[in-house]
Design a protein around this ligand. Structure first.
Ligand code: PRP
Length: 178
């Protein structure tokens, strides 16, 4: 392991196994529906790429961009997100794909924006859920792992736009970000 990391929380093997399970569950739940996956950039790019290949359904894949952390290790509380969705969700069964649910601010904002555009149904799927950090109440419909209250990187999650390419989720040493 690199010396800027404290420990590996979720290994490549654990993630792969869990994503296969989630993919199978989503495949069962959305059978016969018009599934649209909306990935939330940038953190979702690894998770979405992997889970999409375990969803054995004909589905549309779209992206929205949201950011609130910048180079900080805690949410700024303000989410920058495109308020006008440039694709049609009307009548689609939408599943928002995120890497992490932390304060809940990002998914609350995105959920409201997508809901306004009248999808047939709207659910969320996050690889990680950090319930201890919630500032606004939000629950995901599909969760990969419950994550302890640690600053995690890897598998799409960054610190200062680095670490996203690690194949596992690891705890960053506090001296790196404090
Ligand atoms: C991260 C992550 C989620 C959000 C979750 O995004 O990808 O979108 O924070 O945190 P919250 O529940 O506290 O809102 P970030 O703003 O770091 O942008 P990024 O996806 O480009 O890394």
């Amino acid at each position: 392991m690199r010396d800027d990391l404290r420990e590996i929380l979720f290994s490549e093997e654990q993630i792969e196994k869990r994503i296969k399970e989630l993919g199978a569950e989503i495949t069962r739940d959305y059978k016969g529906k018009q599934l649209m996956l909306i990935g939330v950039l940038k953190g979702c790019f690894v998770f979405l790429a992997d889970i999409a290949r375990h969803i054995e359904l004909d589905c549309e894949i779209r992206f929205l961009t949201a950011s609130s952390y910048g180079f900080a290790s805690v949410s700024s509380g303000k989410v920058n997100v495109d308020k006008n969705i440039e694709f049609d969700v009307d009548g689609k069964d939408v599943l928002i794909i995120e890497d992490i649910l932390d304060s809940g601010i990002t998914l609350t904002a995105l959920h409201a924006i997508v809901a306004k555009n009248k999808p047939a149904s709207l659910k969320t799927c996050t690889l990680l859920d950090k319930p201890e950090r919630r500032q606004v109440p939000f629950t995901t419909d599909y969760t990969g792992f419950v994550c302890p209250n640690e600053f995690v990187v890897g598998y799409g999650l960054d610190y200062g736009e680095r670490y996203r390419n690690l194949p596992y989720v690891a705890v960053l040493k506090p001296e790196i970000y404090s």
